[in-house]
Design a protein around this ligand. Structure first.
Ligand code: GLA
Length: 337
C-alpha cells in the first residue's frame, strides 16, 4: 500500500500525537493479520478486543488459556507497542463457573472473592510490566433508575464492595499498573454523575484507582462536545487520569435501524470528519489528563458495529476506510496546525 495520497505523504497518527497521548487500537488475531500495516504504522498502543476477557482466559476453574493473548503481547513487544489490559471484572463474557458450585448453585461471597482474586492475580502477574493500564472493572454502573450499580452476580453475591476488592487485588498483583474503571454512556449527564459518585466513593475510601476509561462509542449527533467536556472535567476533578478506551463514531444514531446503505453518504462523511475534528480538538485541550485515546478497531474493514445494534449492517466508524486509506476524518485529526 502506498504511503501517499494524491502526492501527499500520510503521517503516522501516533507520531503526530506523540506529545499528547497514546493513539491505540483494539485488535484481534484476524485484524493483526489483515490490518497489520495500519496497526504498525499508526498506533502506539493496542488492546485485545476479546482475547483477555474472563471467558477467553479462564474457561474453567483450573484452566487458564493464555495462548491467544500471549500472541497479542508478543506482537506488541516485537513492534514496540504499549498494551492496555481489558478487562478483569465484568458482567458480560464471563464464564458462569465462577458464580456457581458443582451443583450449579450460586457460591457465597467468600468463595467468589477468592475466585476473583485468583483470576486477577494470575492474569496480572503473567503480564506484569507489559501492560501500562488495566480496565479492572467494566460497566458496573446502571444506565437508568436510582441505583448506581447495575444488577449482576458480582453485586448480588459479593455486595457493593466487589469493586473495591477488585481494585485492591489488582494493585497487589501489579503495583505499577494504572488501574481504571471503564464505562459507556460516560458523557451522558445522568450516568456521568453516577460514575462520578462511584469513583469518588472509592477515592474517599483509599481504594487504589487511578483513572476512568471513557469508552466513547459515539455517533454523528451525540454526545455533544459540551457533555464530553463536562465529563472529562468532573472525572479529572477526582484526580483521575482519563483514557478514551473504545472510540468509534457510528454513522448511525442508536435508534436508526435503516439497513439499505452500501457505503457512507457524502453527508455522513462530512459530518463524521467534523465530529472527529471536534473530538480531537477537545482531547488535545485536556492532554494533561488524557493519557491515551484508543479506537475500538483500526479501519472500516472490520468493526463490531457491523453487527450492533443492527445485525449485518455495515458501519464506517473509523478514520481509515475499508481499503485502509485515510478518510477526511483522518486528515481532520492529523492536520490540526
Ligand atoms: C463494551 C466492552 C468491549 C466490547 C464492546 C463491544 O464496550 O467494554 O469489550 O465488548 O462493548 O465490542
Amino acid at each position: 500500500m502506498s504511503d501517499h495520497k494524491n502526492g501527499k505523504e500520510i503521517p503516522s497518527l501516533h507520531k503526530v500525537y506523540q506529545d499528547y497521548f497514546h493513539i491505540g487500537a483494539a485488535v484481534n488475531p484476524m485484524t493483526l493479520n489483515s490490518e497489520q500495516e495500519i496497526i504498525k504504522k499508526h498506533f502506539s498502543s493496542i488492546t485485545a478486543e476479546n482475547e483477555m476477557k474472563f471467558e477467553a482466559l479462564h474457561p474453567e476453574e483450573d484452566r487458564f488459556t493464555f495462548e491467544t493473548a500471549d500472541k497479542i503481547l508478543s506482537f506488541a513487544k516485537e513492534n514496540g507497542k504499549s498494551v492496555r489490559g481489558h478487562t478483569l471484572v465484568w458482567h458480560n463474557q464471563t464464564s458462569d463457573w465462577i458464580f456457581t458450585d458443582a451443583n450449579r448453585k450460586l457460591v457465597d461471597r467468600q468463595t467468589l472473592l477468592k475466585r476473583m482474586e485468583r483470576h486477577i492475580t494470575t492474569v496480572m502477574e503473567r503480564y506484569k510490566g507489559q501492560i501500562y493500564s488495566w480496565d479492572v472493572v467494566n460497566e458496573a454502573v446502571t444506565d437508568s433508575g436510582k441505583n448506581i450499580l447495575r444488577d449482576s452476580k458480582w453485586l448480588s453475591i459479593i455486595g457493593d464492595d466487589f469493586i473495591d476488592k477488585a481494585f485492591e487485588y489488582a494493585h497487589q498483583a501489579d503495583p505499577d499498573a494504572a488501574l481504571f474503571y471503564n464505562d459507556y454512556n460516560e458523557s451522558n449527564p445522568e450516568k456521568r454523575d453516577k460514575i462520578f459518585k462511584l469513583v469518588k466513593g472509592l477515592v474517599d475510601k483509599g481504594v487504589p484507582i487511578h483513572g476512568i476509561g471513557m469508552q466513547a462509542h459515539w455517533n454523528l449527533t451525540g454526545p455533544s462536545y459540551d457533555e464530553i467536556r463536562k465529563a472529562i472535567e468532573k472525572y479529572a476533578s477526582l484526580g483521575m487520569k482519563i483514557q478514551i478506551t473504545e472510540m468509534d463514531v457510528s454513522v448511525f444514531n442508536f435508534n436508526d435501524k435503516r439497513t439499505h446503505f452500501t457505503e457512507p453518504t457524502e453527508e455522513m462523511k462530512v459530518l463524521q470528519a467534523e465530529r472527529y475534528q471536534g473530538f480531537f480538538k477537545l482531547f488535545r485541550e485536556y492532554a494533561d489528563v488524557i493519557t491515551s485515546v484508543t479506537f475500538w478497531g483500526a479501519t472500516d474493514e472490520y468493526t463490531w458495529l457491523d453487527n450492533f445494534p443492527v445485525k449485518e449492517r455495515k458501519n464506517w466508524p473509523f478514520v481509515f476506510d475499508v481499503n485502509h486509506m485515510p478518510k477526511n476524518s483522518f486528515w481532520k485529526i492529523a492536520d490540526f496546525n
